[in-house]
Design a protein around this ligand. Structure first.
Ligand code: ZN
Length: 559
């Protein structure tokens, strides 16, 4: 497709000689882009490989190699002559080719981020790497014994004894206190770097670089707060009664460790049915593989290169990794046959197919998602299936009776989960905004003020510590969390469109999405294939007929 368009541009120039100026500029730009990719592609591929080796082994040598390559990439993007060329080209208004415009946008922001003193950049990259290494190899302790995050989740979802729960919850937070000083240093360095290039703080800059605005986000999050306060208060009240009863304590005595998740970002599994029951004798990896093959987006090649099970020293969570934008895509998980890991592997493979199915005829620079939150949306769209009763019935061979049982439980669960997540995202968005606006304030107290305000969870007795810093996103994915929420909004918008316009169903009641080749085709063509060819909101409009709107999320989960 790329070649046809370039040829077309040349033909136009021949027919209309007045267009010669732009063509010369276009050619100059094309040469610049080609030279740039030749330099950056091998560095990025090697950095991705080093990151993979580091997170799968926990070894310092690979983290060092990763930091070193990241630094080389930063240096490349800090070239001020290149930056001037890109900025002038972008502002000239004379580049009319869609692909060139988009590549210019991508490069402009990538260079902008790096227009700071190299010494400062180096310090940032090194510190970031150091914290991630500490985090990745740290194991919390309960009564002096080391535990993994998987152990902690098992305790938090099954243990009835409050004291044991408290120990496990605290173990999950220990890493926060270990890394917080370095993290605050990093926050200040990031701000310093940002102010050098003329922006308020790192948070503001990141939002602008994501082609979004703080005002736009404040507006969305304020609206979310309003729309979800009452429904959440109601849901939480019911939940507290059930939880308190299950521990044999009073509602007034519920503490943060009673909520089944270190940050209460997931719904406690308290309703009649435990969905883990349906997965404990299954193989979540095989289920995911079979599912994606059924919609015509096979993932066997991805799984073959992936690292799927828990090991000492290995990164304890999960991610998807596009190594080379040429089909080497892998995921890292710590799988167990539980509903949580069913969701996680479906989620990570959602990211992975987005990377795998980019149209490789598009320029290398555009072979990435339209936006970080659009890949989250695809990941969430598939992650939600682990609790979808129609999906579970078909994939797990369940009876009509079992399906009905799940339906009752999971509808409530899903509704709760989505409203809860909106509340949790409000904590994260507002905390991070204030963290970068004033890193010297009393952050431990600020954290609990926001938790009390949005999540209605009581702070623990006594002075509060830096447990919040155990949320790795503050280190490894700064100023990014709001995109998870936008991802949820888009996942609902896609769901609505696919049910009604692609599968042409009356309602989503029986939509299992199993073996729906139409679903795979639609996503491939409208979302995965184009990659970053369009601005995120243009891609969404082309795919669903509307710009991003919260109305389908509210329709699906809040009303
Ligand atoms: Zn994700």
């Amino acid at each position: 497709m790329e070649r046809t368009l370039t040829l077309f541009a040349v033909l136009v120039a021949v027919v209309f000689p007045a267009g010669c100026g732009p063509t010369a500029q276009q050619k100059q730009l094309e040469r610049f882009l080609a030279a740039h990719v030749t330099k950056v592609e091998p560095l990025m591929t090697n950095a991705n490989l080093a990151y993979w080796d580091a997170t799968t082994t926990g070894k310092t040598e690979y983290y060092d190699r990763f930091s070193d390559l990241q630094l080389q990439i930063s240096r490349l993007y800090s070239d001020s002559q290149d930056f001037t060329f890109i900025r002038d080209m972008r502002e000239s208004g004379r580049i009319k080719n869609l692909r060139q415009i988009r590549q210019l946008d991508k490069l402009y922001f990538a260079y902008l981020r790096n227009q700071v003193e190299p010494e400062l950049l180096e310090e940032i990259v090194n510190l970031d790497g150091k914290i991630q290494e500490k985090y990745s190899s740290f194991r919390g302790t309960i009564d002096g014994e080391k535990v993994t995050m998987s152990d902690i989740y098992i305790i938090l979802t099954t243990e009835k004894d409050s004291r044991k729960r408290e120990m496990a919850w605290k173990a999950s937070k220990q890493v926060g206190n270990v890394i917080v000083d370095d993290l605050l240093k990093l926050v200040k360095l990031r701000n310093e770097a940002t102010q050098e290039i003329g922006f308020d703080n790192y948070h503001t800059l990141n939002i602008i670089m994501g082609e979004q605005s703080v005002r736009e986000l404040d507006h969305i999050f304020d609206e979310l707060n309003e729309l979800t306060t009452e429904p959440f208060a109601q849901l939480k009240k019911e939940l507290d009664v059930i939880l308190a009863k299950s521990y044999g304590i009073a509602v007034a005595d519920l503490m943060p460790w009673h909520y089944h998740d270190p940050f209460f970002q997931r719904t406690p599994l308290v309703y009649e049915q435990d969905l883990d029951l349906y997965y404990k004798d299954k193989d979540v990896k095989k289920l995911a593989e079979k599912y994606y093959a059924g919609i015509g987006l096979p993932v066997d090649d991805i799984l073959a290169k992936s690292d799927l099970y828990d090991r000492e020293g290995k990164y304890p969570h999960a991610f998807s990794h596009d190594v080379d934008r040429r089909g080497d895509v892998r995921i890292l998980c710590n799988l167990q046959n539980t509903e949580r890991w069913m969701e996680t592997i479906l989620h990570e493979l959602g990211h992975a197919i987005y990377s795998k199915y980019h149209d490789r005829n598009e320029p290398w620079l555009l072979r990435e998602p339209a936006h970080s939150f659009t890949t989250e949306a695809i990941a969430m769209f598939f992650g939600r299936l682990s609790r979808n009763p129609a999906w579970m019935q078909e994939m797990l061979d369940l009876s009509e009776k079992q399906r009905k049982e799940i339906q009752e439980v999971s509808e409530k669960y899903l509704r709760f989960q989505q409203v809860l997540f909106a509340r949790w995202a409000l904590v994260m968005y507002n905390f991070e905004k204030q963290l970068y606006a004033d890193p010297d304030q009393d952050l431990n107290n600020l954290w609990w003020q926001l938790v009390e305000k949005y999540q209605f969870v009581k702070r623990p007795p006594g002075p509060v510590d830096a447990g919040w810093a155990s949320k790795l996103h503050f280190t490894s994915a700064p100023c990014y969390y709001h995109n998870y929420m936008l991802g949820e909004l888009l996942a609902s918008q896609l769901h609505h469109h696919i049910v009604h316009k692609v599968l042409k169903l009356e309602s989503d009641r029986n939509a299992s999405y199993v073996d729906e080749k139409k679903l795979g085709d639609y996503l491939h063509k409208k979302v995965l294939g184009p990659g970053a060819l369009y601005h995120w909101n243009e891609m969404i409009e082309r795919a669903t007929g509307e710009l991003l709107t919260p109305k389908y999320f509210v329709e699906q989960f809040v009303n």
